[in-house]
Design a protein. Structure first.
Length: 300
């Protein structure tokens, strides 16, 4: 082969190589164009998927929280209904402490607790009272539970469930049949006021707390004195336990030994004022009567 043939062959090979190199490049460009579109679409789809996956738990949490909130509100309503309804068991299933009213040492009278089973001291003047189901206690006779500004605003609480303080019932409401009493007449006409403002009744519980206290013996006076009015006021020191029918035997004349035994029997039956309150008050309550003496009035 001559030189011209060799050069021609080389040129042909170079041309072929260039053609082969150009075709894949263009094919690659053509392939890259749709791939870019697909890649953009794929990227957007993947972004949406990521957003959905990110939003999915949040929405799930929102739904879960709504379910929990709905559940808690339902539980709250159910608990509220349970609290609104007070259910008291039978009295024999309640443990009262104390069970005997004589153990309370109340300042005033004695009432019952919320369920009406256990004894409870009635509240005296200026003590807290009322509340839901009257859990703070009821007022003694002649007193009423009055709402006080010191206890705060209770407009959102039903009137029969508000807390208050025991105050004396006004005279015009304590006895509606009587005309209103002028406070200036209280000194000159005390008898009229005593009918509606008696002191606490003479009871073992009240007198055990204060031996010198003034009380009303209207229920257990030894001999009623008309001049002392309806209240029959006296002192706790004039009250004692007396046996209903003391049976201490009989003694012969000048039988001193028998008389000493008789005196011991009387002492067991009667609670002496000198040793008040009695040590064996429980036995005397079951076998004796709490009785009070009222003083005579000054003549004229």
């Amino acid at each position: 082969m001559d030189l011209a043939g060799i050069v021609t062959t080389i040129c042909i090979l170079v041309w072929l190589i260039g053609t082969v190199a150009i075709v894949p490049t263009e094919a690659g460009k053509n392939r890259n164009k749709p791939r870019d579109k697909n890649s953009k679409r794929g990227n957007s789809d993947r972004g949406k998927d990521r957003e959905q996956r990110r939003d999915g738990p949040e929405k799930g949490r929102d739904r879960g929280s709504r379910r929990r909130q709905g559940g808690t509100s339902r539980d709250r309503e159910r608990k509220g209904r349970e609290v609104e309804q007070l259910r008291c068991p039978p009295c024999e299933q309640l443990h009262c402490n104390p069970r005997k009213p004589s153990k309370l040492n109340c300042k005033g009278g004695i009432g019952a607790g919320i369920c009406g089973c256990c004894p409870r001291c009635l509240k005296v003047e200026d003590e807290l009272c009322g509340g839901k189901w009257n859990y703070l206690g009821s007022c003694d006779a002649g007193l009423e539970c009055v709402q006080d500004v010191m206890l705060g605003v209770q407009t959102d609480v039903p009137r029969d469930q508000r807390k208050g303080i025991c105050k004396p019932i006004p005279l015009e409401r304590s006895q509606p049949g009587l005309p209103p009493v002028d406070p200036s007449l209280a000194i000159s006409d005390q008898g009229q006021l005593e009918q509606v403002q008696c002191r606490p009744k003479c009871t073992p519980e009240f007198c055990a707390n204060d031996r010198k206290a003034i009380c009303s013996a209207v229920d257990n006076v030894d001999r009623k004195k008309s001049c002392q009015g309806e209240c029959q006021h006296t002192s706790c020191m004039a009250c004692e336990f007396v046996a209903l029918e003391p049976d201490c035997g009989r003694c012969g004349r000048d039988d001193f030994r028998c008389m000493r035994q008789f005196a011991k029997c009387i002492r067991r039956q009667v609670c002496s004022k000198a040793i008040w309150p009695c040590a064996s008050i429980d036995q005397q309550e079951t076998s004796g009567k709490f009785q009070c003496r009222v003083p005579d009035c000054i003549p004229g």
